[in-house]
Design a protein around this ligand. Structure first.
Ligand SMILES: CC(C)(COP(=O)(O)OP(=O)(O)OC[C@H]1O[C@@H](n2cnc3c(N)ncnc32)[C@H](O)[C@@H]1OP(=O)(O)O)[C@@H](O)C(=O)NCCC(=O)NCCS
Length: 155
């Protein structure tokens, strides 16, 4: 899968499948986004479900990614979503989420879940605007003790 997209904010990107050499940029964006993942885990998730790992590129450079996993119940879960801080607010996050929804629909997955830091209001707003609703709060979910808001969407 590879699609050229102009985001709702008029920014030109390509959304395509992750490939192993992209891991370096994915980890850079991860670190700049203060997420907790490690490269080994990302590569493992990619091997488990390659179509669930999508990247956004601008002029040949990886500027964002989304990683989907399957839950034991057969639902989808957004494991991770991040955009290079220099490219935020241009519609890249929203476009990656839409591409992830297409992947889930192709697999006929009915529900998608995610957890987001309680203080991450930007991401929560994005998820709400994409049809997610808040279904719970998990105290001490993250390593640093912060709680998570659990969100859910019908595909
Ligand atoms: C959350 C994140 C992926 C959004 O990516 P993005 O490319 O900036 O998102 P978009 O440009 O598609 O913006 C989508 C919405 O996010 C919100 N948003 C984006 N940037 C914002 C900002 N600087 N301030 C407030 N809201 C903002 C807006 O609601 C926007 O919707 P609108 O365009 O209708 O106003 C990005 O901020 C990021 O990588 N954050 C760090 C990692 C993270 O928090 N990931 C989610 C963890 S679960």
């Amino acid at each position: 899968m590879e699609i050229a997209v102009i985001t709702a904010k008029g920014f030109k990107i390509k959304v395509t499948g992750f490939e192993t050499p992209d891991i370096r940029r994915v980890m850079e964006i991860e670190e700049e986004s203060f997420l907790d993942g490690d490269a080994g885990l990302y590569l493992e998730l990619y091997e488990e479900w390659p179509e669930g790992f999508l990247i956004a590129e601008n002029e040949g450079k990886v500027i964002g990614f989304v990683v989907l996993v399957l839950t034991l119940d057969g639902d989808g879960r957004i494991f991770s979503l991040a955009v290079d801080p220099k490219y935020r607010g241009k519609g890249v996050g929203k476009t990656l989420l839409k591409a992830a929804f297409n992947t889930l629909r192709k697999r006929k997955i009915a529900y998608v879940w995610l957890e987001v830091r309680a203080n991450n209001l930007v991401a929560q707003r994005l998820y709400r605007s994409m049809g997610f609703i808040e279904v719970g709060f998990i105290p001490y979910y993250y390593k640093d003790g912060e709680g998570a808001i659990r969100m859910w969407k019908v595909m």
